[in-house]
Write a protein that binds this ligand. Structure first.
Ligand SMILES: [Mg+2]
Length: 259
């Protein structure tokens, strides 16, 4: 049975809906099925590229739903939304940064598909899709914290900002998951929004949503206490990845759509 509440769920993938190590979402399938039965929108919001997200949407029976790609610097699945492609410009700006700093940043564009594969655990074919970029450049930083701040300043002079996700430092022209989320909310006009994430680059999205879930990720430092946690708008899961995702979403659905 469905009720008329329009719920839109924005979810990060790696370490949130997908297991940090295996990339499986099996444990979250019961909650995903329930969201489908209630005709809720499920908007994948990830650092992944459009090429990767389209495949995942297909496997998850979410084809045609909007999705936030490359950390929100791009948006797919919404008619009339145009995200200017900026990858070539980003790579050109990287070459303008002083060589002493540039040498510490190894972006996906500096790596072979085999490099990306061994770093991420993706198959070489999937790694090639991760390298099919339109809007942003993830990479590894091998320098110190002080050099990193100088790197940020050098990039900022060209309008480029950097964000730290679970694994990578990602460069873009600054549009975030929360910015792209605002576009989706304007288009879908949901009654209620729920966001789930595990890393600092999800915080704005968690704060922007009506309800937020911080999914436990023992692979990195705990997120600091968020404002919404004090009033219970944002909760934390005990279990990591899709297991925590499934429990939290089911509990929220129990309240919103009692079966
Ligand atoms: Mg994540």
């Amino acid at each position: 049975m469905t009720n008329s509440l329009k719920l839109a769920v924005f979810t990060d993938l790696d370490g949130t809906l997908l297991d940090h190590d295996t990339y499986s979402w099996d444990a979250a399938q019961p909650a995903l099925d329930r969201l489908a039965r209630q005709q809720c929108s499920v908007i994948l919001a990830s650092s992944k590229t459009a090429a990767e997200i389209l495949l995942l949407q297909d496997s998850m029976a979410l084809s045609g739903q909007p999705a936030l790609v490359e950390n929100g610097s791009g948006l797919i699945g919404l008619v009339g939304t145009h995200s200017p492609r900026t990858y070539t410009a980003l790579r050109e700006i990287l070459d303008l940064v002083p060589q002493t700093l540039r040498a510490h940043f190894r972006g996906f564009g500096d790596m072979s598909a085999e490099d990306v594969s061994s770093l991420t655990g993706l198959s070489p074919k999937a790694a090639a899709l991760a390298q099919t970029r339109d809007y942003s450049e993830p990479g590894l930083w091998s320098g110190g914290e002080e050099e990193l701040r100088t790197f940020y300043t050098a990039l900022a002079q060209h309008g480029v900002s950097a964000q730290r996700g679970g694994r990578f430092l990602t460069l873009s022209f600054g549009r975030t998951k929360a910015d792209a989320m605002t576009h989706v909310i304007h288009a879908l006009k949901p009654d209620l929004t729920l966001a789930l994430g595990d890393a600092p680059n999800d915080v704005e999205m968690l704060e922007r949503a009506d309800l937020g879930v911080i999914v436990a990720n023992p692979h990195h430092a705990l997120l600091p206490m968020l404002a919404g946690e004090r009033d219970g708008r944002i909760i934390r899961t005990r279990d990591p990845g899709p297991v925590g995702w499934n429990i939290a979403v089911n509990e929220i659905l129990d309240r919103l759509f009692p079966e």
